[in-house]
Write a protein that binds this ligand. Structure first.
Ligand code: DLL
Length: 432
């Protein structure tokens, strides 16, 4: 259901609203955040020069390293007593990326998450089982506040304790579920281990995100859990979950809440803006955030924007599901490979379980990779020889589809570590 009429505003009106909010936000950045003042001064840009949305290209980019250089609170645009909440996302190395919220930011975020869950097909009266991690991660509390605002009954389960999750899914009979897609499959696996048919439970919709997943993975989750699986995208720097979501009507592209976030797609190497329809790096500018307004944030996430009208009636642009990140692309003997391409091949094979990890090695100046994937219980029963055969078949499918040769090792049950939140898909041995 469309919760707010702003979601159907004609583009012209939406753009007027965006420009007004953008001017305001850029002025606040210039006045209150030394980093932004310096960055704009360096480009010879003053906030009053911003006359149209097209002028956005004259503003400086912001990157993860800017947040890191100003660790922990250096990019905050309000006095610390106005910051009512801090979240942080852990990077692979070093210090986390810290983000802050004023009371109004929390309010905006809750509204956006309510709109998000409503677009996903949930509403007042639904019971929402929230298995996103509570804590510094934005997933748990972001969903929690949004689901409450929408009028759902929230079950604040957090991540982990998969057996207990399954018990509560049966006993509390929620209609909505939130967790990472990889964790949804862990729940499905636990269910088949315990001979529980989740498809017979009242669970209807799952809102899955925080990590890349494929269309094949969606099919797998939907058929194993008997639900509609909706993709949700967001990142802490921009607000958390609630930046964009698929509508349940189309399940084809994620509507970006453009009344609060300006989106661009740029060439990841040159930073040049790209037209609608071309793949590149998503760049977001916040329009209403108070504690941590952000200008042209380079997400490193790769997508394509689709401005065509959606059958749900929303006018906000859609982004195609994330295919990968500029920094998770592997180059194997000259071929660009994204983990999502490997996943698509593995999940297609009915004899393999959707639990996999990719190992990357360096031999001399060449990178190589190997895939570890689990067999289904039925395949394990058929024995080692059958498992090797299925591995060879997957190797060939990867060669045909992706164009790289890599060994596929088919392993027994539980040989690949399960995730509680974001799955670790790539183990990089190159710099060790
Ligand atoms: O993952 C926020 C979130 C929580 C989104 C719950 C959805 C659900 P971070 O921890 O800052 O924030 O990680 C953000 O995760 O830049 C993407 O690379 C990746 N990501 C998030 N959602 C998706 C998705 C949260 N649906 C980073 N598909 C982003 C692919 C996603 N990647």
């Amino acid at each position: 259901m469309i919760l707010h009429q702003v979601e159907t505003l004609p583009r012209e009106d939406l753009e007027k609203l965006q420009l007004r909010r953008l001017k305001n936000s850029v002025e606040r950045c210039y006045a209150n955040v030394p980093h932004y003042r310096q960055a704009m001064d360096a480009l010879g840009f003053r906030p009053h020069q911003l006359q149209s949305l097209a002028d956005l290209v004259h503003l400086p980019f912001t990157s993860k390293s800017d947040l890191r250089d100003n660790y922990p609170f250096g990019l905050f645009a309000v006095p610390s007593e106005q910051v009512v909440r801090i979240h942080a996302s852990s990077g692979t190395t070093g210090k986390p990326t810290v983000v802050g919220y004023t009371r109004r930011d929390i309010d905006t975020w809750s509204d956006l998450m309510a709109r998000t869950l409503s677009a996903a097909g949930l509403g007042a009266g639904d019971r929402f089982h929230n298995a996103y991690g509570y804590g510094l991660f934005t997933g748990g509390l972001g969903f929690h506040y949004g689901a409450e605002r929408l009028g759902c009954t929230v079950i604040p389960m957090s991540g982990g304790q998969t057996r207990k999750q399954l018990m509560l899914l049966q006993d509390f009979a929620p209609t909505g579920l939130g967790c990472t897609p990889s964790y949804a499959l862990n729940i499905a696996e636990e269910a088949s281990r315990e001979a529980v048919d989740v498809r017979k439970l009242p669970l209807r919709v799952g809102v899955f995100g925080a990590e890349p997943w494929t269309e094949a993975m969606r099919q797998e989750i939907e058929s194993r859990l008997g639900i509609q699986a909706i993709d949700i995208y967001g990142l802490s720097e921009i607000i958390g979950p609630g930046v964009s979501v698929e509508c349940i009507e189309a399940k084809h592209g994620l509507h970006i809440w453009e009344d609060h976030f300006l989106v661009e797609v740029v060439n990841p190497d040159s930073g040049e803006p790209l037209p609608y329809g071309e793949e590149g790096e998503l760049v977001f500018t916040s329009l209403t955030k108070e504690a941590l307004p952000i200008i042209r944030y380079r997400t490193r996430d790769l997508s394509v924007l689709d401005p065509t009208p959606c059958r749900c009636g929303r006018t906000h642009v859609r982004m195609r599901r994330i295919t990968g990140r500029t920094d998770d692309m592997l180059i194997i003997r000259g071929v660009n490979v994204f983990p999502s391409q490997i996943e698509a091949v593995l999940v297609e094979d009915a004899e393999l379980s959707p639990f996999y990890q990719i190992e990357v090695f360096r031999e001399g100046s060449m990178d190589s990779m190997m895939v570890n994937v689990e067999a289904t219980p039925a395949l394990v029963q058929r024995g080692a020889e059958a498992m090797v055969k299925v591995g060879k078949k997957a190797e060939k499918a990867i060669k045909d589809l992706v164009g790289v040769t890599c060994p596929v090792v088919v392993k027994g049950i539980d040989a690949v570590p399960r995730s509680q939140g974001k799955a670790v898909r790539v183990i990089d041995h190159r710099n060790r």
